[in-house]
Design a protein around this ligand. Structure first.
Ligand code: FAQ
Length: 315
């Protein structure tokens, strides 16, 4: 007997409502597949584009210890990109196609990586604020309904926690250093704060994907709820470092137990995601160059894999 589409959709929704995971071979509505491919591929692209502003400082890290830590962090981001492309491929679009969408400028990646990393303190600010915001979002995504994505998130969040600490530690050290170092830390916070607040996505009412993705438990909370948690957690950390968050409207409300905060510059956010941020062009050029320069590695890996395949067949 043919099962009709409404019944399938109802069974699918029931499964999600019971908190069960959806796996690649399970039936799913085409729109669920599309939404997840969109989010997971944007996320994968963000991880590998996110290597660029930090990679910029590997050769200029202030000492060997800092350099080794930064190298490890940037390699982690590459690894995150790889898990996420693999997880996205389980939904039926090849990695080659997803990368092509990135390289031709068709796909989005996080707005945050279109800002420049001007000083060493920016490496601290990226770890503390960008990884800090990413963790808030990703611990929620780790509880999401799609098995491969939620499992990738669990692992990624562990590594992001280390990234967040290393960023905090860089800024903490600078904030307790010479006057010039303190100024550098404050300047990095001034430049990265608002982009980090906005990277969690537009506010309710301007977030067209939230309703559907929350119904399907791809997202479990709104962008605003995560933004609030990020701000509540981060402001006291700035206080400990003696740094000032560049928001005059930031006030702790004893009744709600949350910080009230000012209005981000959403025009700037939309300009950045349209491609008009300070570094959009450079990021895409650098990524395309890196991909082209890596062609021989992909060719060698393919040749090796096919040789192994023939060997295994003969044996
Ligand atoms: N940048 O309806 P919503 C990291 C787009 S990983 C660019 O609210 P949604 C680790 C959105 O795509 C950071 N575009 O969308 C790291 C949509 O356009 P579309 C990345 C943005 O999906 C640290 C439109 O606006 N994390 O940092 C942005 O429900 C350090 C309407 O928005 C992820 O990707 C933005 N910031 O919520 C790496 C996590 N925000 O696609 C290296 C997975 C929104 O309809 C160094 N993604 N847009 O054309 C998500 O959780 C969600 O996609 C949100 C947006 C929360 C980003």
């Amino acid at each position: 007997m043919e099962t009709n589409i409404n019944t399938l959709e109802q069974q699918f929704q029931d499964k999600i409502d019971k908190g069960q995971k959806i796996e690649p071979k399970d039936w799913m509505p085409e729109m669920y597949r599309k939404q997840l491919t969109r989010m997971m591929s944007q996320h994968a692209h963000s991880e590998i584009i996110g290597m660029l502003p930090e990679g910029n400082w590997i050769t200029r890290a202030p000492n060997l210890r800092r350099k080794a830590i930064l190298l490890a962090k940037v390699q982690d981001e590459a690894g995150h990109g790889l898990y996420l492309y693999s997880a996205a491929e389980t939904l039926g679009t090849s990695r080659e196609e997803l990368l092509n969408q990135l390289h031709t400028g068709k796909a989005k990646y996080s707005s945050i990586f279109n800002y420049p990393s001007l000083t060493w303190a920016d490496i601290g600010a990226i770890g503390w604020l960008v990884d800090g915001a990413a963790i808030m979002n990703q611990t929620m995504l780790a509880k999401g309904s799609y098995g491969p994505y939620s499992r990738a998130m669990t692992r990624i969040c562990k590594e992001e926690s280390f990234h967040n600490r290393q960023g905090y530690e860089i800024l903490h050290t600078l904030a307790h250093g010479t006057n010039e170092q303190k100024e550098m830390a404050q300047d990095a916070l001034n430049r990265w704060w608002w982009p980090a607040v906005m990277m969690l996505g537009p506010t309710e009412g301007n977030s067209p994907n939230t309703e559907q993705t929350m119904k399907w438990k791809i997202k479990l909370e709104t962008n605003d709820a995560i933004r609030q948690r990020f701000i509540d957690r981060t402001v006291p950390q700035a206080d400990v470092m003696g740094l000032k968050i560049p928001d005059d409207k930031l006030v702790y409300n004893e009744t709600t137990k949350h910080y009230a905060y000012g209005e981000p510059n959403w025009n700037e956010f939309y300009e950045v995601i349209k491609g008009n941020g300070p570094c959009n062009k450079k990021r895409l050029d650098d990524r395309n160059k890196a991909h082209d320069n890596g062609a021989w590695v992909r060719a060698a890996a393919e040749a090796y894999a096919s040789k192994q395949h023939i060997k295994n067949k003969v044996a």
